[in-house]
Ligand binder design. Structure first.
Ligand SMILES: *Cc1c(COP(=O)(O)O)cnc(C)c1O
Length: 413
């Protein structure tokens, strides 16, 4: 359920007409609905009310500080994967005791920054990383709280690029290495192992893989208990999918029920790291049709948004629903919606039936709130899009459109 809907012939975000926002702020333009963000956060968070839990929004899905701040105001923490995300999250007012730090390649300076901030814990992904965190913590006179990220070897049945919990993936530790890691952690004076973690992938459309992973983690927790290691935090990562097209992912409520059943008897705090399921359907990317072009085999709509603005179709062959900002009632045509970039992978949609569009008219790519702007780049020296947050009949710019000076600024050395 989101607050992007047609009223008459016009697409609205809450009470603001998309076409008016495009006229005011230009295109390409990311538009987010604050009411939808709040609704999705709250639907997710309350699904686990039967458990002691902490919802840590995965910053990489949408790292605008105003969006992070919205999560924080609702009591959320964050899951970060870099020093940059730590910096943003602290600026957005997220309390350090609600920050967990994941990722296979944490740098020395990033570990130092996280220890200085006194975050809740590191999700450690290798023995070498454990040793490094230990050395740095010792050097700083700090204790580092850690979880180990277990790779449960479960197939999440999603796109291979966003599958992370199979043994061929670079993520986490298999059970054998996890045993070694916890034993070693007990020996290290500057390390306190307090949790166990997994994140098996993204855009999961069934709950079975989560439950399968959870069973493996629970078995392993029993084993740790016997080794005398007490676990206070169980982090189940993110990964719940959303509807882009026809898929029917489970609702958070269903996920909540299944997990509560399995976990309610345990004295433990459960951590979740949702990204996409919170913000995916809270944002759209609005783009203007620059040209229409017919070739003997194809009809192209050449638009002003490109793979540098929204890379998901090029990177994962993913589907974004595309609709006109204004309904015209014209006949549909089969088209490719493509951007100006010099790559054939630069498309937002292929072989899509859309009402005939004219130059200057607006198209909207839906479900662009997660891994949209955060994956954008300056490729082809394109300035990155502006971002606008709508709340009722108010819109505020939360990231201004980049300028040419922004492009070359770092090069003026
Ligand atoms: C990307 C990521 C998430 C969020 O995944 P979603 O599919 O967006 O929910 C959570 N945890 C970790 C460790 C991640 O890498």
């Amino acid at each position: 359920m989101n607050y992007f809907a047609y009223k008459g012939k016009e697409l609205f975000c809450e009470d603001m007409r998309i076409a008016d926002l495009a006229a005011t702020y230009g295109t390409p333009l990311y538009i987010y609905s604050a009411a939808t963000i709040k609704r999705h956060f709250s639907a997710f968070d309350t699904a686990f009310n039967g458990l002691k839990h902490l919802t840590c929004f995965s910053v990489k899905a949408n790292s605008n500080i105003h969006i992070i701040e919205t999560m924080g105001k609702m009591g959320g923490g964050v899951d970060i994967v870099s020093g940059g995300e730590l910096y943003r999250s602290l600026k957005a007012g997220i309390p350090p005791e609600k920050i967990v730090y994941s990722g296979v390649g944490k740098r020395t300076n990033e570990i130092r920054e996280a220890l200085t901030a006194n975050i809740l814990m590191f999700n450690v992904e290798s023995l070498a990383e454990l040793e490094r965190i230990s050395e740095i913590a010792q050097d700083m006179g700090k204790i580092a709280r850690v979880s180990f990220r277990i790779n449960p070897n479960v197939d999440p049945k999603t796109h291979p690029y966003i599958s992370t919990g199979m043994k061929k993936n670079k993520f986490g530790l298999d059970v054998t290495h996890s045993r070694i890691a916890y034993k070693r952690a007990m020996e290290l004076p500057a390390i306190e192992p307090i949790g166990i973690d997994c994140h098996i992938g993204s855009q999961l459309t069934t709950i079975e893989p989560f439950l399968e992973a959870l069973d493996k983690l629970l078995d392993f927790m029993d084993e740790l208990q016997k080794m005398g290691i007490h676990i206070s935090y169980l982090d189940l990562g993110g990964g719940l999918g959303i509807q882009y097209d026809e898929e029917e992912p489970p609702q958070p409520e269903e996920f909540g029920k299944a997990l509560t059943e399995k976990l309610k008897h345990l004295d433990i705090t459960v951590i979740f790291e949702p990204g996409r399921v919170i913000v995916g359907n809270t944002g759209v990317l609005v783009t203007e049709v620059l040209y229409t072009k017919q070739t003997p085999s194809k009809n192209f709509l050449i638009v002003d948004a490109a793979m540098n603005d929204l890379i998901r179709p090029a990177l994962y062959q993913s589907f974004h629903r595309i609709t006109p900002a204004t309904i015209t009632g014209r006949e549909t045509m089969n088209v490719d919606v493509v951007g100006p970039i010099c790559e054939s992978s630069d498309f937002l949609a292929r072989d899509r039936d859309l009402p005939a569009m004219k130059q200057g008219e607006l198209l909207v790519a839906h479900s662009a709130g997660a891994y949209g702007f955060t994956m954008s780049s300056n490729y082809n020296s394109r300035t990155r899009a502006a971002e606008v947050l709508v709340e009722g009949d108010q819109a505020k710019i939360i990231r201004r459109r980049e300028t040419y000076d922004d492009l070359i600024g770092p090069e003026l050395v």
